[in-house]
Design a protein around this ligand. Structure first.
Ligand code: SAM
Length: 209
């Protein structure tokens, strides 16, 4: 079976050209995310893709570390950051489990359109929890196709057997929230424009004394 990065490497240029599917929803997510960021924030984004979200937030935080498994996505992201004159984003080809930074390094972790694409969302969420500082926030946007009623949810499990397509996990918003809470997060904000749209969640790692 091919590595999941093969698919994303192949579509990177096309992905970069595509307009955002729901611009109004994306803008709202950016603006809510901003409310949780501060000039001193150290931000990690995983599955950063072509870097649009990282580049948007970088000017208002201390720094952003943006990671992705796809070299081609990262190449586009780096070029966009340079073109935008943003110099406080570091890029790394890695997934969350390959990161070598110490635990409790980050004030905020962003995971936009990624949790439904990983093979084990619970392991990913637990890793985010480890990586966050006490009181830090995990901000995510996730397709929960179990709730959508779309035909796609019935064929999605087959995708994992097709080497040229990425895994798309089938779970509901409730299951996602259960996973976040089981890891120790407290859900502070959630928004879903409609059942077929992604669910946007701000989850906090409680302050530990
Ligand atoms: C749907 S795109 C989302 C990109 C970006 N976050 C956005 O909202 O436009 C998914 C991205 O996640 C990356 N990806 C897939 N699996 C990953 C993993 N396990 N760890 C890190 N990145 C991953 C892909 O290479 C791709 O760039």
């Amino acid at each position: 079976m091919s590595h999941p990065s093969t698919f994303w490497d192949r579509i990177a240029k096309r992905y970069a050209r595509q307009p955002v599917a729901d611009e109004a929803a994306y803008q709202k997510k950016l603006s809510v995310t901003r409310q949780y960021l501060e000039p001193s924030s150290h931000v990690l984004e995983f599955g950063c893709g072509t870097g649009t979200t990282a580049i948007y937030h970088a000017p208002v935080v201390a720094d952003v570390h943006a990671i992705d498994i796809s070299a081609n996505m990262l190449a586009i992201a780096k070029q966009k950051a340079t073109d935008s004159g943003v110099d406080n984003i570091s890029f790394e080809q890695a997934d969350l489990h390959e990161l070598t930074c110490p635990n409790a390094s980050w004030d905020a972790v962003l995971g936009m359109s990624i949790l439904h694409l990983v093979t084990n969302k619970d392991a990913e969420i637990q890793r985010v929890y480890q990586l966050l500082k006490s009181g830090g926030v995990f901000i995510s946007s996730t397709v929960c196709i179990e709730d959508s009623g779309a035909w796609f949810k019935y064929v999605a499990p087959i995708f994992r057997w097709l080497p040229f397509l990425p895994t798309v996990a089938v779970f509901s918003e409730r299951m996602l929230k259960d996973s976040l809470e089981a890891a120790g997060f407290e859900i502070e904000y959630d928004w879903r424009p409609s059942p077929e749209k992604s669910v946007f969640i701000v989850a906090r790692k409680p302050l530990q004394r």
